[in-house]
Design a protein around this ligand. Structure first.
Ligand SMILES: [Zn+2]
Length: 213
């Protein structure tokens, strides 16, 4: 995985970045130490029209039906001084209590799509349990699928495209792991027993692709 601050490679299990010292405490200093409560679809920016909200939620529900141990969350906002969506995504996935996600799906099994409607940029942060299945290039590929629509301000179309791409990438990732689990997991710094969702492992972290508009 990459450090959300200096973007250099760090070991997935590391509690702080060996290059710049970044740790969850630093994100807390910037964004706050209190946990927050959110629904998995939050349009704080108010860019979704009423009639588009329900279909968007449906896409998230469908994802959960297809992947019974995972969930996707979307957060759209107009960030003022935020120079790093990566750090915010990292912080948010660690700090958010998703009120409409069942307890079978801890945040370590979550994928957060953060959209900055000011900068027209988006990023994907995913939980620890997804590290064997996703990586920097696959999440970049997923964001790229929505990029043209993000630029046109078609957020619903863009996010739907991103999630569809994520679904196919997760299936590919899962097949890769099934073929050779030990090698794939070792590359991600995990052992076989760590592969499943793990309640104790909520320090999430893998930040990932970022698409600038
Ligand atoms: Zn760093």
């Amino acid at each position: 995985m990459k450090c959300p601050r200096c973007v250099q490679k760090i070991h997935p299990g590391a509690s702080s970045c060996p290059h710049c010292g970044f740790a969850m405490e630093h994100a807390d200093e910037v964004f706050g130490t209190k946990d927050i409560k959110l629904k998995k679809f939050s349009d704080v920016a108010g860019v979704f029209r009423m009639k588009d909200r329900e279909p968007m939620r449906k896409v998230l529900e469908d994802f959960e039906t297809k992947f019974p141990q995972l969930f996707v969350s979307i957060y759209l906002s107009a960030f003022e001084d935020l120079n790093s969506l990566r750090q915010y995504g990292f912080w948010m996935l660690n700090r958010t209590n998703y009120v409409d996600v069942d307890s079978q799906r801890p945040n370590a099994t979550g994928i957060l799509i953060l959209v900055d409607v000011n900068a027209k940029s988006a990023s994907i942060t995913y939980g620890y349990a997804l590290m064997p299945y996703l990586n920097e290039s696959s999440t970049f590929e997923a964001l790229s699928a929505g990029h043209p629509m993000f630029l046109q301000g078609d957020y619903r179309g863009a996010l739907k495209a991103v999630i569809q791409k994520l679904e196919s990438l997760l299936i590919k990732g899962w097949r890769r792991v099934s073929r050779d689990p030990e090698t794939v997991l070792a590359a991600g710094g995990q052992k076989l027993k760590d592969a499943g969702p793990d309640q104790g492992e909520i320090r999430v972290a893998g930040t990932i692709g970022e698409v600038e508009g």
